[in-house]
Design a protein around this ligand. Structure first.
Ligand code: ASP
Length: 584
């Protein structure tokens, strides 16, 4: 290799040395005959200088942005007043004695410049140019460091890294499967893993004791900023454990990753919240716990009031919940929040101002002095605050108030955006009622062990059964989900029955897991932590595509390679499949 230094390396100490640099031309400037260029690679920028007396000067004059070149030259101190304190190499420049152009660049369709962001699809179509931007190089380097920290930490705790197959039988994680037709088994399909869930459980049955994998998970679902068709999980599983053991390992893991990537000390243990309390106080199972701004269920107080809007909702099984905006808001802001709530699904938003010990607003007259007193005692509104009420079905009331809470906190600057607040949410319900299909669905996946004291309610009152599921949240994002698993075939069958699977369906779908449970399955548990989210959040970003080298766009397409794309006619024949989407 000819390269003696990277473009981020040369300082005043190197003055006088002959060096060879390789990289991309970032900018060129003609200073009265002398030509300057900034040469860029992954490590930084170095200023290089071409004198007109050199034979290759005419070639240097033709250099353009993104040409890939090599130069040899002598390191010189920059003249006084020309130094750039902000650049690690800003004290020096290289006076070139040789130039080699590896390859010329056409005019780049996007600027390789951190300050200029191109349109999303342009960035994805020319991802190699987008990834040349220093900010993207940093993101991928941090991602690497996070993976490295994870491997070191888990290896030091006796975990084995084991790969599980990509072509599998479906594993349910609540999304649609991507499927792959099998040519040698005509008419049969593999599923791509939504997660390695069943395989990691079977690895525990295989005596592997502690497993981890940086696992690619593929789910065919609608895309959002925090979702991609494929994402990466730190997937781990442990035998003979209770939730506390998993918490300890994960807290150590997160601490190691945050320390090694951004030098941040994460305090442990993490906060804990039972699922029911999270829903009650925050209206969501992934609360942003950087600020309080709690929700209050005031149904039992306001049901006595003469206000029919509240009364009717409560009578029909709904609830009235409120949030206290700790400071006064002008009328136009309150109106904007009414619209905000309606846009998020609420029928409306009632509000009252609390001033000098009394509530004011056009609905205050419906609340007697006694009710107002009880309300004030329950929610403790500061003087001059605005109380915002949502009356609706619990799911909708919570959903809207969660959004409102987040928006208010942002508007009122109630938290430090650079802080990290981790929280464990525990004791999730095992099932949730699917109103459309009128049946019970697993709230997470059907392999979570019910809490021992609730097993007796499995058949009689499934909605009452809580389970060992725990989620890890960070600043309002779900970072990971896990549980202690069912390791007994009889309990697994009972859970499957509740979600409506017959014995025959159960055998067809998960028979292999139940079979494995017959031969001495150890109690086990684990977690899957969204690795893309980890890297996104530790960098203070909010879009996982910023930390994935080749993500898909919002239509699940890759503008760079053009996937998904047609396959040759012959492939349909070989696979013995037909397409109804205009193909044979
Ligand atoms: N397989 C689960 C998921 O992908 C994680 C787990 O339960 O370990 O959410």
């Amino acid at each position: 290799m000819n390269r003696t230094h990277t473009c981020g390396e040369l300082t005043a100490k190197a003055v006088g040395k002959t060096v060879c640099l390789q990289g991309w031309v970032s900018t060129t400037r003609d200073h009265g005959g002398v030509l300057f260029a900034d040469l860029r690679d992954r490590y930084g920028l170095t200023q290089v200088l071409f004198h007109p007396d050199k034979l290759f000067f005419s070639e240097a004059e033709k250099l353009r942005r993104e040409d890939c070149i090599q130069i040899v030259g002598t390191v010189a101190e920059r003249p006084a007043g020309m130094k750039n304190e902000k650049l690690p190499t800003g004290a020096v420049e290289v006076h070139t004695t040789q130039l080699l152009v590896f390859s010329k660049s056409e005019v780049p369709p996007l600027e390789v410049d951190d300050r200029i962001a191109a349109h999303d699809d342009t960035r994805l179509k020319y991802r190699y140019l987008d990834l040349r931007r220093p900010v993207m190089q940093r993101h991928l380097a941090i991602r690497h460091t996070a993976a490295h920290a994870m491997r070191n930490y888990l290896s030091s705790k006796q975990f084995l890294e084991i790969e599980t197959p990509f072509l599998i039988k479906s594993t349910p994680e609540g999304a649609r499967d991507y499927v792959v037709p099998s040519r040698v088994n005509p008419g049969k399909f593999y599923a791509l893993p939504q997660s390695p869930q069943l395989y990691k459980q079977i690895l525990m049955c295989s005596g592997m004791d502690r497993y981890f994998q940086l696992a690619r998970c593929l789910r065919d679902e609608d895309l959002r900023a925090d979702r991609q068709p494929e994402h990466t999980q730190i997937d781990l599983e442990m035998s003979f454990v209770e939730p506390e053991d998993v918490f300890e390992i994960v807290e150590g893991l997160i601490t190691a990753i945050w320390k090694e990537t951004i030098g941040h000390d994460v305090p442990v243990p993490f906060q804990r919240l039972r699922h029911a309390d999270a829903m009650d106080r925050y209206g969501t199972d992934k609360p942003d716990t950087r600020y309080e701004l709690f929700l209050h269920d005031v149904s039992s107080i306001v049901k006595e009031a003469d206000f029919s809007v509240f009364k009717d909702v409560i009578k029909s099984g709904g609830m009235v919940k409120c949030i206290v905006c700790p400071q006064d808001l002008p009328r136009k802001d309150i109106d904007a929040y009414i619209l905000f709530c309606q846009n998020n699904g609420a029928k409306g938003m009632a509000w009252m101002r609390y001033k000098a010990g009394a509530f004011e607003s056009n609905i205050a007259k419906f609340f007697s002095a006694d009710i107002q007193k009880k309300l004030a005692a329950a929610i403790q509104p500061p003087d001059g605050s605005i109380v915002m009420f949502i009356a609706d079905k619990p799911r909708m009331a919570n959903q809207v108030l969660d959004k409102l809470r987040q928006d208010l906190a942002k508007k009122l600057c109630l938290y430090d955006p650079r802080s990290f607040q981790f929280c464990w949410i525990t004791d999730f319900p095992l099932f949730e009622w699917n109103e459309e299909e009128e049946k019970w669905d697993p709230a997470h996946h059907p392999f979570c062990m019910p809490n021992a004291e609730d097993i007796k309610h499995l058949e009689t009152d499934p909605g009452k059964v809580s389970c060992t599921q725990y989620d890890l949240t960070l600043n309002g994002w779900e970072l990971g989900s896990g549980s202690i698993r069912i390791h007994r075939a009889d309990i697994q069958e009972r859970v499957m029955n509740v979600i409506g699977l017959t014995k025959a369906e159960l055998d067809a779908k998960f028979g292999f897991l139940l079979e494995a449970f017959k031969y001495g399955a150890p109690p086990h548990g684990g977690i899957g932590i969204g690795f893309d989210r980890v890297v996104t959040l530790l960098l203070g970003l909010d879009d996982i595509r910023e930390v994935i080298a080749f993500p898909k766009n919002k239509a699940a397409q890759c503008p760079m390679d053009g996937s998904p794309s047609d396959i040759p006619e012959k492939a349909y024949k070989e696979l013995q499949i037909k397409s109804v989407a205009g193909k044979k």
